[in-house]
Ligand binder design. Sequence first.
Ligand SMILES: Nc1nc2c(c(=O)[nH]1)N[C@H]1C(S)=C(S)[C@@H](COP(=O)(O)OP(=O)(O)OC[C@H]3O[C@@H](n4cnc5c(N)ncnc54)[C@H](O)[C@@H]3O)O[C@H]1N2
Ligand code: MOO
Length: 330
Amino acid sequence: MKSSMKEVPLSQAIGLVLAHDLTQVLPGKVKGPLFRSGHVVREEDIEPLLSIGKEHIYVIEWAEGELHEDEAARRIATAVKGSYVSLTESKEGKVNLVAEKDGLLLVNISCVHQINGIEQVVLSTLKTKVPVRKGERVAASRVIPLIYPEERIIEVERIAGQGNPILQVVPYRSTRIGIVTTGNEIAKGRIEDRFGPVLRQKVEKFGSEIMGQTFASDDRKRIQQQIRSFIEQGADMVFVTGGMSVDPDDRTPGAIADMGVKVVSYGTPMLPGSMLMLAYDDDIPILGLPGCVIHDEFTSFDVFLPRLLAGERIAREEVIALGYGGLHSC
Ligand SMILES: Nc1nc2c(c(=O)[nH]1)N[C@H]1C(S)=C(S)[C@@H](COP(=O)(O)OP(=O)(O)OC[C@H]3O[C@@H](n4cnc5c(N)ncnc54)[C@H](O)[C@@H]3O)O[C@H]1N2
Ligand code: MOO
């Protein structure tokens, strides 16, 4: 047997319980529930109900195996949430999933696709591997009809139970970073360094620290010595700034590539930030940062930084994938 909805005219609705949130939309002013599910209709509610076009309310007689939209949305959200993600109460049949900490959001994309392939399920998420703040909404779930077959929710729960959590937040590690700034014009004091302040601010935003900054002339050996020195002092990551382009006196990529490290990529298919280099000395990332990092607000560096601070190891495939949708400016 299926659940049924009994239509009750407003004149007979006083004392009855609303079966779902009733939404008011006043363009530019309000879009939200005027009455919440479970509200007991009173005399003074009649006028406001008429003003949002309700001449009847509906009372549901429930059958076995069917769920209210609020319950269905809550079960989807519960099934997909992993660590450091929590749920809000449902509103108009929608449950929000919220980050409990600052960190990197990881989304299991193929499972999200599978779940949205189930008829009339909505699981809407942010993109994977983006930085999120504590309290930020990372996803929302709902079903389209008010009364929804439980068997489809059981299918959502089966997909979600297969392996890695579908949505999780990985908090940032506390990371000590050394900066080697290259360029004769800075080493000789002709211009003032701009990388230091920019990098400090970007890194501190994620709760990590710059352990020091040294300055090297355009000389391979000096650049390599200064990178090594930071690693010996316990750096978890090293940034090398400037000299990433095509001039013969741009020595940074050569210096990094020639110091016995594993180069993941020199050249990142995103603009700005195409001249970025990523290498690893064992587990320690070494990044060659191009001039655009001090010029543009958002570059490939801002994509990589939160991933690295959350402890992700970036592989070449992930760098390649940045090209699609990676055209921002410059
Ligand atoms: N012919 C080509 N030209 C450029 C290419 C290219 O592929 N072919 N790539 C462009 C892209 S993209 C970028 S990004 C920049 C990369 O520049 P570099 O990282 O090599 O930077 P430099 O040449 O060392 O300096 C450029 C500019 O920035 C100033 N600078 C450098 N470091 C500092 C610092 N610490 N503080 C303040 N200012 C700094 C430097 O004095 C220069 O004015 O190359 C494009 N060109
Ligand atoms: O490394 Mo550059 O951004 O593409 O300006």
